[in-house]
Design a binder for this molecule. Structure first.
Ligand code: GDP
Ligand code: MG
Length: 714
């Protein structure tokens, strides 16, 4: 909203400019007036639109042409005053004043003009007949009004119209000559309609209309009023009301009606509430709220509320309910944007279905990516979707969580983040892109149909770490040493990819590691890509395994995307786990959800254990704890005994659970394989002590993997 309004009165001498101002202020006609009234400021609370208003007089006798020019350029609205009984003063409106104003104002932002016929007390007839053709000729004339400073007729109205001409101008909304709404206004109102149509059925039903009314005018519509509105539309437009709701046609008609009846403020209130400025562009403050500050070492994520909103946006556009957006559905979704924000590369950044349509998962992933990489853009996009309005939030910034400084995460050895960035390094042709695409479930055959120019340097999807869903963002770094920037190096985990079948490939990884990551705390992982091909000896002083051992990295992980089905995703879970626990370098990173370690982790994190633990503690504390207790050693003894009993009980329960699950699993696998061979996790030779090393050897992981395939339905 504007801060203030500056009204300038011009016109021939003696038409009554000064008298009009003084009549407004003193509410009586002044017998004696000076040439020029002092500039007056009316405080916001006494003006109808609650905006401070300055009223400025002009007098030829007291002011130079330069002063007049300067006043014209400062004014927000200009009243050209003539006397209805003075023909010459009317002629001068077009011959002198309008051209003078046009000369002193910018062509693109014409200042609104109001024609004021004063001294209406002196004549019987109206000057409107002469004035209307003038009004039609000059579009900058907002309105005209006849008044009398002497009778105090239409004085406050005159200043109200002037204020309104500034605050709610007709110009951007309506073309009086064509009696039509302007295109930009139709576009804006159409977007507003689409945003407000919460179920996307093309009709604003009573609920949606009430929500709309409440957001724009802070009050719901009485049911009778709602019916009245619909009846007016019904009477005037065919298809304006459908299924007892307002169609877009009806909605636009209502606004034309408001404008034609001089109630522009209604349309403007709606437009402004939905973020539009005076030029009917979405306001910068609406799209880019300044409240969001992102300190270094912090990242940006969407919060729960924002995901709920995006979920509803997806649902509203997934008309066939196939959990993916077809090109038409996607186009419809982005119809409220001024441009199509997602190019074809997005389809290669996130998960898509068999038809290459972005899935629900993929949709949320892409939003997560935008939020992480370019939060301003994310705010802009949320603004187009009307997030703050629909979710009834102060601004788009309410959708964003700025994570805690990573240094604190490292200190506390825990993180609340849900997005982790993995930068992928490797020589050209080493298999980086394949590694990215495999995360989206695409094997080599599927990858080969993607055209080069639609490839993406990012891939994002989810991974489950100990039962928690996290986003892993893979970024392929351009393999040119000279152009490595700080963002290429800043990440939660580094992946070094080499082509196991190319003897020259490993050297690049070793070089990147030594130059950039050897002395950092960022965990690194070596990937031996193209493991389906014949492995060759790498031309480097150390073998990859020796290199990893020497630098305390996990052993190289064999990887291939040349698979019949979707490539295996275990590696991505491992990466996410390492990114989440960078300090746990010597712990098992396995997150297969099948081995003993994972079961133990899941058990510890399970709700049952957490509730039992919480209950036990509250019971102990509320029943027994007094100040004296806290000091006494027997109390602490009781607590520790309690905790031990709990731990023993817990472990016993866990054993029982594990046993149950393994029997189930064995049964399931025997039924499925049909051959009677079964996979027995208990028969594995690893014990908890061997978990001190990273994770089981690769062959063991692979055995496990093939077992999963038969057990996938379990
Ligand atoms: P300005 O030069 O445009 O500022 O005009 P003034 O305010 O000085 O008024 C010029 C003369 O017109 C004065 O004698 C006023 O009393 C008179 N006058 C101003 N407004 C009215 C009006 O509404 N009706 C009548 N009858 N006389 C007016
Ligand atoms: Mg005067």
């Amino acid at each position: 909203m504007r801060k203030d309004v500056r009204i300038l009165l011009v016109g021939e001498p003696k038409v009554g400019k000064t008298s009009l101002i003084m009549s407004l202020v003193s509410e009586e006609f002044p017998q004696v007036v000076p040439y020029r009234a002092e500039e007056i400021t009316i405080p916001a609370d006494v003006t109808p639109e609650r905006v401070p208003t300055h009223i400025v007089d002009y007098s030829e006798a007291e002011q130079t042409d330069e002063q007049l020019s300067s006043e014209i350029s400062k004014a927000n609205v200009i009243c050209i005053v003539y006397a209805v009984n003075n023909k010459k003063s009317i002629e001068k409106v077009t011959s002198h004043w309008i051209p003078l104003i046009n000369d002193n104002t910018d062509k693109d932002s014409r200042v609104p003009v109001i024609l004021v016929g004063n001294k209406s007390d002196l004549v019987e007839h109206s000057s409107m007949e002469t004035i209307l053709p003038v009004m039609n000729q000059y579009t900058e004339i907002e309105t005209c009004v006849e008044c009398s400073a002497k009778n105090l007729k239409n004085i406050s109205e005159l200043f109200y119209y002037a204020q309104k001409a500034v605050l709610h101008p007709t110009g951007p909304l309506y073309c009086p000559e064509e009696k039509q709404m302007k295109l930009a206004c139709i576009k804006a109102l159409t977007r507003i309609f689409k945003v407000s149509d919460l179920d996307n059925d093309g009709i604003l039903n009573d609920n949606e209309l009430n929500f709309f009314q409440r957001t724009c005018f802070n009050a719901p519509l009485a049911s009778q009023a709602l019916e009245d509105v619909k009846n007016v539309v019904r009477k005037n437009v065919i298809d304006g009301v459908c299924d007892n709701g307002l169609t877009l046609k009806g909605f636009l008609f209502l606004h034309i009606l408001f404008i034609q009846r001089g109630r522009h403020e209604t349309t403007w209130t709606v437009l402004r509430r939905f973020g539009y400025d005076d030029d009917l562009e979405l306001h910068q403050d609406y799209l880019f709220p300044l409240t969001l500050k992102v300190p270094p070492d912090c990242t940006t994520e969407l919060n729960h509320n924002a995901y709920l909103f995006l979920q509803s946006v997806f649902d509203k556009h997934d008309k066939d309910r196939d959990c993916a957006l077809s090109p038409e559905e996607l186009k419809d979704l982005f119809d409220v944007f001024p441009y199509m924000p997602w190019g074809p590369d997005v389809n290669n950044t996130v998960c898509t279905n068999d038809q290459d349509w972005i899935t629900y998962q993929g949709f949320l992933s892409q939003w997560t990516l935008t939020t992480y990489l370019d939060v301003q853009r994310c705010l802009e996009y949320l603004g187009y979707l009307g997030y703050s309005i629909i979710s009834e939030q102060e601004s788009q910034a309410a959708a964003i969580t700025v994570t805690r400084d990573k240094k604190i995460d490292l200190q506390k050895k825990q993180t609340q983040r849900s997005v982790f960035r993995c930068n992928i390094f490797g020589d050209s042709g080493s298999g980086k892109s394949g590694f990215l695409q495999a995360f989206l479930g695409r094997n080599l055959t599927r990858q080969n149909i993607v055209s080069e120019e639609h490839m993406s340097y990012y891939a994002i999807s989810t991974a489950y770490v100990y039962g928690q869903e996290k986003y892993l963002l893979l970024h392929e770094v351009f393999p040119d040493f000279d152009v490595l920037s700080d963002t290429d190096l800043a990440c939660d985990i580094v992946c070094l990819v080499y082509d196991a079948s190319n003897p020259h490939s490993f050297e690049y990884c070793a070089r990147v590691f030594k130059q950039y990551f050897m002395d950092t705390k960022t965990p690194c992982m070596m990937i031996a890509a193209k493991s389906d091909l014949q492995e060759t000896k790498q031309l480097y002083a150390l073998t990859p395994l020796e290199f990893c051992r020497k630098h305390k990295m996990p052993p190289p992980q064999a990887f291939t995307c040349n698979t019949a089905d979707a490539p295996c995703k275990d590696i991505y879970t491992k990466l996410t786990t390492m990114a989440m626990h960078p300090h746990a370098r010597l712990r098992c990173m396995c997150t297969c959800n099948r081995c003993t370690f994972c079961h133990l982790q899941n058990f510890i994190n399970s709700e049952l254990v957490q509730t039992v633990k919480a209950k036990l503690y509250t019971a102990i504390l509320s029943r027994h704890v007094t100040q004296a207790d806290l000091k006494s050693s027997t109390f602490w003894l009781r607590v520790s005994v309690g905790a031990t009993v709990f731990a023993v009980l817990g472990f016993a329960m866990y054993r029982v659970l594990l046993k149950q699950r393994s029997t189930q699993r064995v049964q399931a696998s025997s039924v499925q394989s049909g051959s009677g061979t079964c996979w027995q996790p208990t028969a594995r030779s690893w014990t908890l002590t061997s978990w001190r090393f990273y994770w089981p050897s690769l062959t063991a992981t692979q055995t496990e993997r093939s077992a999963t395939r038969t057990l996938s339905t379990w």
